[in-house]
Design a protein around this ligand. Structure first.
Ligand SMILES: *Cc1c(COP(=O)(O)O)cnc(C)c1O
Length: 356
């Protein structure tokens, strides 16, 4: 068996296989999404995710196909013209590009890849309706301090904040009451199979969507916030959803609740420290994110001067991610998610040591 340490699609959480069997045994794949069985399943998933991430009761959680789909829904539903984006890698930049493609008038502030932002440097144009922030930049291994996000909330109380936490959950301890929307997909921190986007939406964002519709704004035909909201009140979703993924998300969130989110966070820190040391001790690797405060704990990116590192590891059945985009052959990326144990990380650190 290969040992998988990719950043996404990432290693599957160990209990997923058994939950999949239970899903089949209970014939849940054939359940109607207008039935009590579905409403129960959806409610259970929402309950477990809200408990795990400490999401305020009045926030709603919608299910989409992917996180990138949610970029588009956020822009269509809550921005008339002006979104502003903090860009420090490919994912944060793509959110900005979606806004351009949708004919909005977005603005952005950019720092070099491998770096992050500090509060003092962030300037938001006056007309901004929504600030898009990718909290953990999977392409570079840099991340944004939560204080920066809270600080923006205080400085710009009327501006919506939409936070991409795709490769940060469930580790990131975000105070959701300080943001209007947050979103992630299944295949990274939760260690689930691909194909589900999870969209956390505040009452204020729902109001903003209604106000935009009343103005006659085009919000797309597929799954508007208002459609989600109307269905959510009945415990339902607008159209036939990815039942298996919603089921598995609830089961894994429940397993994580049982294991303890604090324990998951502590272990993540501990595993990140093991990797940090392995990179620092290695003659072949160097941290791409130089500042340790900017460095992600969940997606660790190292520069490699010998592109054979990945293939050498592969011979030992260890699979990492290559670099993103232009860094394809110059970086390795390691996913430090709950599916990986401390033993797994120690094993990887030893393997890195053995190749230099
Ligand atoms: C993977 C990723 C996305 C895109 O998620 P999809 O589910 O593939 O659409 C967006 N943002 C970040 C930070 C990511 O890591």
């Amino acid at each position: 068996m290969q040992r998988i340490y990719t950043v996404g699609p990432a290693a599957i959480y160990p209990s997923v296989e058994n939950h999949m069997r239970a899903f089949m045994a209970e014939q849940l794949g054939s359940v109607s999404h207008r039935s009590d069985a579905f409403r129960e399943l959806y409610a259970a998933t929402i309950h477990q995710v809200k408990t795990l991430l400490n999401i305020p009761a009045e926030y709603e959680i919608y299910m989409a196909g992917s996180a990138s789909e949610i970029w588009e829904r956020i822009l269509l539903n809550t921005v008339d013209q002006f979104s502003h984006h903090l860009v420090y890698g490919d994912f944060s930049k793509r959110f900005y590009h979606y806004a351009t493609a949708l004919d909005k008038k977005p603005s952005m502030q950019e720092v070099p890849w491998g770096k992050s932002f500090s509060s003092e440097d962030v300037i938001i144009p006056d007309q901004t309706e929504l600030i898009g922030i990718c909290q953990n930049e999977t392409s570079t291994g840099a991340s944004i301090q939560l204080d920066l996000i809270y600080n923006l909330r205080k400085r710009y109380p009327d501006t919506l904040l939409a936070i991409d936490i795709v490769s940060a959950v469930p580790y990131v301890n975000l105070n959701y009451s300080m943001v209007d929307m947050a979103f992630f997909s299944a295949q990274k921190g939760f260690g689930l199979p691909t194909g589900l986007g999870i969209w956390i939406v505040s009452p204020r964002a729902i109001e903003r969507a209604s106000a935009l519709r009343r103005k006659g704004k085009m919000m797309g035909a597929h799954h508007t916030i208002e459609q989600f909201h109307q269905n959510y009140k009945k415990g339902e979703v607008p159209s036939t959803p990815n039942m298996l993924a919603i089921y598995l998300l609830g089961k894994i969130a429940s397993d994580m609740n049982e294991y303890g989110i604090e324990r998951i966070r502590k272990e993540t820190d501990c595993k990140a420290a093991i990797l940090d040391k392995a990179i620092e001790d290695s003659a072949l690797l160097k941290h791409f994110v130089k500042s340790s405060t900017d460095r992600s704990k969940t997606t660790i990116v190292a520069e490699v001067w010998d592109a054979r590192v990945l293939s050498t590891l592969q011979r030992d059945y260890i699979v990492l991610s290559n670099g993103y985009g232009m860094y394809k052959d110059q970086h390795i990326r390691i996913g430090n998610f709950p599916a990986k144990s401390i033993d797994d990380m120690t094993h990887l650190a030893e393997a890195l040591k053995s190749i230099g």
